[in-house]
Ligand binder design. Structure first.
Ligand code: CA
Length: 240
């Protein structure tokens, strides 16, 4: 597996490249955000340092995401909640906080790429919910025939909900199954991803939040202009 390591600190870079090599990966090192954006699509995964000399890491994420669905794991020295949310919103699939061990990074890489459909597990066919179509083999999503571009994690979240449309999935189950059994990150991560999927699908009504429980994919949503259906007003109040 070709891993693009984006790191400007020579000692961390050296340790990462040799460590990943020992674990059977094929690492390539670049030291700038510009080089990362250039080369990301030629790799199976990107490990991205946030503090780069030329571009902010979140900007690098966004630029990679503009052209590629390659999984991105951010290595960040920052640990504030707001940064995590910004990161995930900018398209990162996961992150590790420095200093991190190689074993932790490798576990994250395996988790992210397993979700990426590289496992040998049998893949279900296409599931269709209303005019939403989810092809788990091609990992593609379309609404009314229009392709919708999702990140790897967004796809997994939507596919998970689509396996049992109409049924509420509990937040803890989603985090366990779509993220990682050992996910200790912020619960906000889930909300951020739900918001992003809703936005990309064009209507928030597709995914209904069930307060205090979780989320469900609505089988036949009444699609509005972007706001929840409550403002649809009473029927029969039309002029005669
Ligand atoms: Ca750095």
């Amino acid at each position: 597996m070709r891993v693009l390591v984006v790191e400007d600190d020579p000692s961390i870079a050296r340790a990462l490249v040799s460590g990943l090599g020992r674990h059977g990966f094929e690492p390539t090192l670049v030291t700038t955000g510009a080089a990362a954006v250039d080369q990301a699509a030629d790799h199976d995964l990107v490990v991205l340092d946030l503090g780069l000399p030329d571009l902010d890491g979140t900007e690098v994420c966004r630029r990679i995401r503009a052209t590629s669905e390659v999984p991105i794991i951010v290595a960040s020295a920052r640990s504030e909640e707001i940064d995590r949310v910004v990161l995930l919103e900018s398209g990162a699939d996961d992150y590790v906080v420095k200093p991190f061990g190689l074993r932790e990074l490798v576990a994250r890489i395996r988790a992210v790429t397993r979700r990426g459909g590289t496992s040998a597990a049998p893949q279900p066919e296409v599931s269709t919910v209303g005019d939403l179509s989810i092809d788990e083999r091609r990992r593609s999503v379309s609404v009314g025939g229009e392709e919708v571009r999702l990140t790897a994690r967004e796809f997994d979240l939507l596919a998970y909900l689509a396996r049992d449309p109409g049924t509420v999935a509990r937040r803890s189950d989603i985090l366990h199954d779509v993220w990682d059994p050992h996910w200790f990150g912020s619960a906000k991560t889930l909300d951020v991803h739900v918001a992003s999927v809703r936005r990309k699908l064009g209507h928030p009504e597709w995914i209904e939040a069930v307060r205090g429980v979780g989320f469900r994919l609505v089988e036949h949503p009444v699609l509005g202009s972007g706001d929840p259906a409550e403002e649809a007003g009473p029927a029969g109040s039309d002029r005669p």
